[in-house]
Design a protein around this ligand. Structure first.
Ligand SMILES: [Zn+2]
Ligand SMILES: [Zn+2]
Length: 664
């Protein structure tokens, strides 16, 4: 039974009924639909069945059943009605947008499509839900809206939390978005490295005096002196153009802001975050800074925001949407055809498949004939077993025979057939084939699935964890293993992806994974990076390992007794670090060790795997042997090798408990 829709879709003078998929009847005016949509115009121009002659009438009106549910129908019919009769529906809920858009396209309602676009480009929605807007716009192939939403996602951290609409985009779409994000972060970095833009904005000393705030004091004798009103920071990177050091709170602001921009390179964030600094300066109590911080910092943050936007804008126009429209199965179908095989019509395959006693011929898609034994195929695959049980055409009666053997036309090319047929043969006849490339792996996996070759699938599994592939193409191994639902192999490949930068270059097989799986992988990667950071922030583990400074004299370039006696020139101390954060037992260690730590942790930030610890240690050892003092050069290999092992252990411990959140 159908029920009637509510006002205004219950008008007694309506002349047609649209019945929704859930059985609600909308009494509407043909005129409004005709005006709004060429689709309805055409429909109503067709000869209508006479009223009463079919079941499709109700209350004397023709009934048209549509596929949309009542909620969707309600929304888009309101768009067709004049606003004097029905209020414009709100498209606040992004969930509805995609459904409405689908209906709008189907019924050629251009106006609704434009309204949907407007809803997606509404700053209020974009500010709160940029990723959902991106996914919807991308899915609907709305180029302008996709780009706008992409720009708004810069306000969020690089690796977003999971969101339901991620299923609307492919992993290529996600990777393109994250690559753009990452490039924006990189584009902003020069603004901190070179502060000329601050200088050229303020132009003169009076303009920038707030950065070097001073107070004037009149003493008992009426002498006026001026002094710094609050702490300055003389860190090298923030010297600006005078020798004077700027206010410490401004340096802190710059450091914090650029730290934030590394992850969220958006000018809007710069504008939004400035309030914190204004409050901090005011609560710090310096009345001179407090009185003008709001005005000055609002101007400054606006300037910085504009600079950030300038730096990132060109990347949006370069934003790569060329991966558009690649269907998830693209890479399965589009595996590079193997061209090296001769393309002579029904040439013969290699000697293994040329056996005179073979009893059937499989012909590859590129026309190579493989003479094989039915028995071997039957034993390995239920698919072939079923095929051979079917009645065979009598030999000689059809074109599909050759040399008296039946010929079966296969869809696979000869390279694929050659690899996968070898698996059917006993190892006394044929060596197990090796996979030369991941393309081969994908091709064989596909065949194995198609012909239900469980054992062959397991062999593919093994190939995926072959270090040859894992080291060179860990992301591809992950994508293939995940696609095949090989849990163990997926996890191993995921660990190997930690050796690569967080945001990888586009890789073979990317569209075998979903965007959701790719996001899970990148989230795992980022969690590992974050887990390693405390090891640099707090060096207690170094102290507790060596117990006291005597346990690690090498870290302080302490001389051996022998060198002291000789008092030779080459026993000069190595430079010590000047950075307080690296002091151990309140003593500065050698600078080369601090350099090692910084370099290693910088690498770990992007690639949180112990291999990097090893590589950097080896470099440091060579460096110290070549340029360090004699004492350090003599003992660096022994001590750094041990230290490297300690750090390796710590990094392993820190990341061991982090799980890749995937369900199998
Ligand atoms: Zn001050
Ligand atoms: Zn030394």
């Amino acid at each position: 039974m159908s029920t009637c829709a509510s006002s205004p879709f219950d008008h007694p003078k309506a002349d047609v009924i649209l019945r929704s998929s859930d059985g609600i009847d909308f009494h509407v005016f043909k005129l409004f639909l005709t005006l709004a949509s060429p689709f309805f115009q055409t429909m109503f121009e067709l000869p209508q069945p006479a009223v009463g002659t079919t079941d499709d009438t109700k209350d004397g009106l023709p009934v048209i059943s549509v596929q949309e549910d009542s909620k969707t129908l309600d929304t888009f019919l309101r768009f067709c009605y004049p606003s004097t009769l029905a209020e414009d529906p709100s498209l606040d809920s992004l969930t509805d947008i995609l459904v409405i858009l689908g209906a709008a396209r189907k019924y050629s309602l251009d106006l609704i499509e434009r309204k949907v676009c407007q809803a997606l480009a509404n700053p209020k929605v974009l500010e709160v839900e940029p990723l959902r807007c991106f996914a919807i716009a991308r899915n609907a192939r709305l180029k302008h809206e996709t780009m706008t939403a992409a720009r708004y996602t810069l306000r969020l951290p690089l690796i977003p939390v999971w969101f339901a609409e991620i299923k609307l985009i492919t992993s290529s779409d996600l990777l393109a978005l994250l690559t753009y994000h990452k490039k924006c972060s990189i584009a902003v970095e020069p603004l901190l490295a070179n502060l000329d833009w601050v200088k050229s904005h303020y132009g003169s000393e009076s303009g920038w005096s707030w950065l070097f705030p001073t107070q004037t004091v009149t003493d008992h004798y009426g002498r006026v002196t001026s002094s710094e009103c609050c702490a300055r920071n003389s860190a090298a990177g923030f010297k600006l153009w005078t020798s004077a050091a700027p206010a410490a709170w401004w340096v802190t602001y710059m450091k914090e802001t650029f730290e934030m921009l590394k992850d969220r390179p958006s000018g809007d964030n710069v504008r939004a975050e400035v309030e914190k600094t204004i409050q901090k300066v005011r609560s710090a109590g310096c009345h001179i800074c407090s009185s003008r911080v709001k005005e000055n910092m609002e101007e400054f943050s606006n300037l910085l925001a504009l600079k950030v936007e300038e730096a990132t804008a060109p990347l949006l126009s370069k934003y790569d949407l060329r991966w558009a429209g690649i269907s998830p199965r693209f890479l399965l179908i589009d595996v590079q055809p193997h061209t090296e095989s001769p393309s002579i019509t029904s040439a013969c395959a290699s000697s293994l498949f040329d056996h005179p006693k073979a009893d059937i011929i499989l012909r590859s898609s590129d026309g190579i004939d493989f003479r094989v034994f039915k028995l071997l195929l039957t034993l390995a695959s239920p698919f072939f077993e079923a095929m051979f049980e079917l009645p065979q055409p009598a030999v000689g009666t059809s074109d599909d025979t050759k040399d008296g053997l039946p010929v079966i036309q296969m869809q696979e090319d000869s390279k694929t057939l050659d690899i996968f047929l070898r698996f059917f043969y006993p190892s006394t006849l044929s060596e197990d084939p090796s996979f030369e490339s991941l393309e081969d792996v994908i091709a064989v996996l596909t065949v194995a699935r198609k012909y239900s070759l469980g054992l062959l699938e397991r062999k593919v599994c093994k190939a995926l964890v072959d270090p040859k592939f894992l080291l060179a193409e860990p992301f591809s191994c992950f994508a293939i293993a995940r696609y095949a639902r090989f849990e163990h192999e997926t996890m191993i490949a995921a660990r190997y992806t930690l050796r690569e930068p967080l945001i990888p270059a586009r890789f073979l097989g990317i569209d075998l994974t979903t965007a959701s799986d790719l996001l899970a992988l990148l989230t795992y990667h980022q969690k590992c990076s974050i887990a390693v950071e405390p090891l640099l922030a707090n060096l207690d583990w170094v102290q507790s390992h060596y117990v006291d400074p005597h346990g690690c004299r090498w870290l302080f370039c302490e001389k051996s007794a022998k060198s002291h006696q000789r008092n030779r020139r080459d026993t000069d101390d190595c430079k010590r670090s000047t950075e307080v954060e690296f002091e151990l037992w309140n003593t500065p260690p050698v600078a080369w060790w601090v350099t090692y730590m910084k370099k290693t942790f910088k690498t770990l930030r992007d690639r949180p795997t112990v291999d990097n610890v090893r590589v950097e240690a080896e470099e440091t050892i060579q460096n110290v042997i070549n340029t360090g003092c004699k004492d350090c050069a003599a003992r660096v290999k022994f001590n750094m090798t041990k230290f490297r092992d300690l750090l390796t252990l710590k990094v392993t411990e820190a990341t061991a408990l982090i799980k890749l959140e995937l369900e199998f």
